[in-house]
Design a binder for this molecule. Structure first.
Ligand SMILES: Cc1cc2nc3c(=O)[nH]c(=O)nc-3n(C[C@H](O)[C@H](O)[C@H](O)COP(=O)(O)O)c2cc1C
Length: 397
């Protein structure tokens, strides 16, 4: 199935009577998961308002090559780099001629020239115009330049003529854009990942926490996004910059992380518990800073709720993957965790080694299921993340 999850699509709208269908095309692209930005040509603006396209795309419409303010922020080169694909629908005969001759005298043609992503055009015009030698010659040139042509339909036209030239159906146009991207087994799947360290307050200044940096969870998030999944991240304390294509939720304590996971778990296909969640939290958080004294300080700690176990017990449970950070009896402890929590796989890492695990950029893990044990050799967390997601896709989807 075509998917545009995590894909940035520029929709160019040019001066055809069919431009009134552009908001519908925006919606269809969004239905497949795309983020859409619209470039409206001067001709296009005669047939559809900027406002309709701004509201449907939920983004400012770009319509002027010479806008000084815009060139300071997302100018034409940034727009070209932002796009994973450019779709022009409808494409007027004039825009087809501009593209075929390599002109760059408006925003849309400049962005097309400045971009190295796939270009798709959906011509729409009077049947006689479409059949004309010039339009056909221009289309041939564009095909030679690797532009994908979404053929128009035949039928009754707005002008009363009957023939080939009607804009293809918006749903089919969106599907054809989706089809140019390779789909993976995770395309369109929803994945919730916890990462980082929770923080358990002792008083307004001090807390209990651990060494987790969030690097492994962030690498898994990147791998899932690359594979076309829709990712939600619930993170505690981290020292990495997260991929902005994910929905990001920031929490502090184990209790907050539990609540946030439970609030967001419905509808998820996969849950990956990668966070280092504190097993204990302080029974009472002191309102004021505890004064220094020479007496022994005793903190009363209570057990926190087990997030992975709670998700595994849900009646509509997603595929559940846990992490086991062990320092001794590694495999035995991880296998017990797999059984006791009822999850589908455990990723075991040895945190006693100082060259791996917490804070390190590298890791070496064992992917354990009831039936299999797959060793993933020492590698960067980024590559390891991809490998884990590849194995997960093969084993479970
Ligand atoms: C009422 C009307 C309808 C038009 N419909 C089309 C059309 O469907 N397809 C087309 O290629 N040109 C059509 N045109 C001509 C274009 O709008 C014109 O060539 C314009 O310069 C295109 O500009 P653009 O390619 O920069 O958007 C129409 C013009 C008018 C006045």
């Amino acid at each position: 199935m075509a998917s545009l999850t995590n894909k940035n699509i520029i929709l160019g709208v040019s001066g055809s009577i069919a431009a009134y269908k552009a908001p519908d095309i925006v919606r269809r692209l969004q239905d497949l998961g795309a983020e859409v930005r619209v470039i409206l040509t001067q001709g296009g603006s005669q047939f559809i308002t900027e406002l309709s396209l701004q509201v449907t795309s939920r983004n400012k419409v770009h319509d002027n090559l010479w806008d000084k303010e815009v060139e300071l922020s997302m100018g034409h080169i940034e727009l070209a780099k932002w796009a994973d694909a450019i779709l022009i629908a409808p494409t007027s005969a004039n825009t087809i001629a501009n593209l075929a001759s390599g002109k760059a005298d408006d925003l849309l043609s400049s962005v097309v020239l400045a971009s190295d992503c796939p270009i798709l055009i959906a011509p729409a015009m009077n049947q006689q115009m479409y059949a004309s030698a010039s339009v056909q010659a221009n289309l041939k040139t564009l095909t030679k330049h690797q532009t994908l042509i979404i053929a128009p339909e035949s039928g009754k036209q707005a002008c009363g003529d009957i023939g080939e030239g009607r804009l293809a159906q918006p749903i089919d146009i969106a599907k054809q854009v989706g089809n140019i991207f390779q789909t993976t087994k995770l395309s369109g799947k929803k994945v919730l990942i916890t990462l980082g360290a929770t923080i358990e307050a002792i008083d307004p200044v001090r807390y209990l926490s651990n060494h987790s940096s969030g690097k492994m969870g962030s690498a898994l998030s990147d791998a899932c996004i690359e594979a076309g999944a829709q990712v939600t991240l619930v993170h505690g304390n981290i020292s990495v910059i997260l991929n902005q294509k994910a929905q990001i939720i920031s929490v502090m304590s184990a209790r907050e992380m539990y609540q946030s996971v439970m609030d967001n778990i419905a509808g998820q296909d996969i849950f990956i518990a990668c966070a280092a969640v504190s097993d204990y939290s302080t029974k009472n958080i002191e309102k004021n800073k505890i004064k220094k004294s020479e007496k022994t300080l005793i903190l009363e700690l209570t057990f926190t709720k087990d997030i992975l176990q709670a998700v595994c017990k849900l009646t509509q449970k997603p595929l559940c993957i846990g992490f086991a950070a062990e320092t001794q009896n590694l495999v035995e402890n991880a296998q017990n965790k797999l059984k006791n929590k009822g999850c589908d796989a455990i990723i075991l890492n040895d945190v006693s080694r100082c060259d791996l695990g917490f804070k390190s950029d590298e890791n070496e893990v064992l992917f354990l299921t009831q039936e299999n044990s797959i060793k993933i050799e020492k590698n960067s967390k980024q590559k390891l993340g991809r490998k884990i997601i590849e194995i997960l896709s093969e084993q479970f989807f």
